[in-house]
Structure formats: C-alpha cells, structure tokens
Design a protein around this ligand. Sequence first.
Ligand code: AMP
Length: 400
Amino acid sequence: MKKSIHDLGDIKGKRALVRVDVNVPMDENKNVTDDTRIRAILPTLQFLKDKGAKIILMAHLGRPKGEWKTEFSLEPVAKYMSKLLGEDVLFVKSPVGEGADKELEALKDGQVALLENIRFYKAEEAKDDDMTFAEELAKLGDFYVNDAFGAAHRKHTSTAKVAHILKPAVSGLLMEKELRCLSQALDNPVRPFTAVVGGAKVSSKIGVLENLIDKVDNLIIGGGMAYTFVKANGGKIGNSICEDDQMDVAKAIEKKAADKGVKIVMATDVLATDDFSGKGTNKVVDVKNIPDGFEGVDAGPDTQKAFAEVLKNSKTILMNGPVGAFENPAFANGTKAVLQAIVDATKNGAVSVIGGGDSVSAAKQFFKAEDFTHVSTGGGASLEFIEGKVLPGVAALDDK
Ligand code: AMP
C-alpha cells in the first residue's frame, strides 16, 4: 500500500508539487473539448486547498518532444481550470531553473499554479539516470504528490524521478482510487471473478490474458482477437482479422486456462459483414463458419446472451477491450450488451472495473461512469497494471 495525501500531517503553507494528467483534447481555438481529466483531479485539489497548501501542478500536453512549441502550451488549460475553480490559477511561463521559482513566490495558501508543459524539457523523458532536472523540480515543493495515474507507467522525471528526491512522496486521491479499485479486483476479488478481454489483436493483449488467467474464474474473449482462437481451432473465419503468428499463443492460453480450471467463454455466433463501413450486407453466422468475403465484427445475439449470463453471476468484473468494432453503430450491439450486463451486475452488488482506452470510451458513450464501480482514467497505465507490471510512477511513492 502506498501513502496518500490522507497520510500527510499539517501541510498549511507548505508547497505541494503535484503531478497531474490534464492532457485534454482541444479544438483549433484552444477550447477544451473534454474536461474529464481536469474534473478527475478536482478532489485532490480541493483536499490540498482545504488544508491550506500551496499547490504547484506539473503536467504535460501532447508530444512536444523536448521543444518549446506554443501549440502545446498548457496556458489554455490554466485558463479553463481558473473558470472551473472560480479563482485565478497562476500559470507559470518561466522555465524551471530560470525564474519559475520567482513566479511561484506570489502563490498564496490554498492557491493553485500550473507549470508550463513539462515535456518542453528534454530531460523530462530522458532515459538516463541523470537527476539534475529532478533536483530542479524538487526545489519547487516541500512534498510530492502523484495524481497522474494515466502517466504512471512512464519512468519520467515528473512522474517518477522527482519522487525519489522530494519526500514525502504520496499519491493523490485519484491515483489512490485507481490503485485501490484495480488492486482490489486483481488481488482480492470477490468470486466469481470474470474478465472480459476484447479488442483487435491477441498480440497486444498477451500480457493481459496471461496475468488474468492466474486470477479469474471466467475469461470472456471477444472482439477481433477471438478469430485467431477460432482459426487456431480449425474454424473458418472468412475475412475476419486474424494474426496467424499468434495461433500458438492462443492455443497456449487455452491450455493454461484448462489446466487452471478457468472457464474461457467465446462467441458461438457473430455478426459478419461484407463491408466494414456497415453499409453492405450484415448477417448473423456461426463463428466457426464465416462465409468467404465476410468478416466477424460483433458478438451475435446468442453470444450476447451467453456473455450476459456469465456476467450476471459474477461478483467481480474487469473489462479490457470491446467485443466488437463498436465505433460503428451497426456493430455496437455486442459491446453495449456486455456493458449493460456489467451495469446490471454492479446494481446487484458486483465490483466492476473498466480498464483500458477503448472500453472506457465505449462505457462512457453508452452509459455513465457512475454506473460502474470504477472507470479507469489510464489507458496504457491500466493495461500495464492489469498485465501485472510495476508502474514506475507508483513504485516511486512512499510505502505505508
Ligand atoms: P484494442 O485497442 O486492442 O483494445 O482494440 C480496440 C479496437 O478493436 C476497437 O477500435 C474496435 O473497433 C476493434 N475491434 C473490436 N472487434 C473487432 C472486430 N471484430 N474486427 C475489427 N476490429 C475490431
């Protein structure tokens, strides 16, 4: 267990150096078009404000790759945060080590400052052990907080290195919730525990499948990756996406599941199409007998029922990846049905965690975040967490 801001003592007047993830999308006029990530850090900001700390935020926007480019400036985010908080957020334009500390002297107790894009510094993402930049950053705070779960899988200066120098180094409330929900599901699940793993490729989910097989009771495998399993077992998959070089991996995963007594649940029928745009002929077919010229793009009605039945009887559910090409409304029913079953199970007391980029967008598109126990804010980070990897941004924090 990592320490969180709850474990700090009196922090009135102290400077909190906080890594946040406010990498939000903006339109061409620099208006924030989705503020989910900003809203997600508000509880941490409010907590630190209430305690009278001076709050100094470090964050990145896009991939400026160590160059100062105005198009990646965080100034519009500072303005947006000012509006959201109803008070002035100090935007620190001067570089760290060259005046940022002077600008921060104006910061009052309970006030928030946002430093310019931390990825404007080459040293932020440098893959070496040089701690010079971490030391410069550490000088700006009296303690360190990491609330950027979405960047916790990166071993960058602001996400990990600085936490080795500036102490105490603790998690923010969002990070704490992410870690609690994901670890509770993975390490201490109320059973039966079911994972839904979908998405396009087996190759990108091998780590997830292998780690989950050691933990779950049921493994629902859906989406494009299922066809590699079907073909490996002699099925006829038409034009469905398939990774021939992963068929051995698929077989090995099935064997491991059988050895461990894990039930793998896969599609029996699928919606197949002769036109991925959705405008051609779509028909429900046997997953093992997909006609030439057609590709499987969604779970069929029988499969949806079977998936829902397993989910209905589960007490812990983790979803990573959609079970169809849901971005097209014509192929979204399977993913919707799976999410509906998860929502119903949650209402009946199950713990549900949606982890991973595409399932999160599907969950939010068709339902509300509150319908699930937890919808992870980290794409890559939650994937690596589910794979059982150590996240450098988490490892660097103080243990309880
Ligand atoms: P991933 O990033 O690996 O989780 O993959 C997510 C993507 O897989 C989504 O964009 C889905 O549209 C896509 N996907 C899911 N099922 C299929 C399918 N049967 N055929 C093609 N793409 C799919």
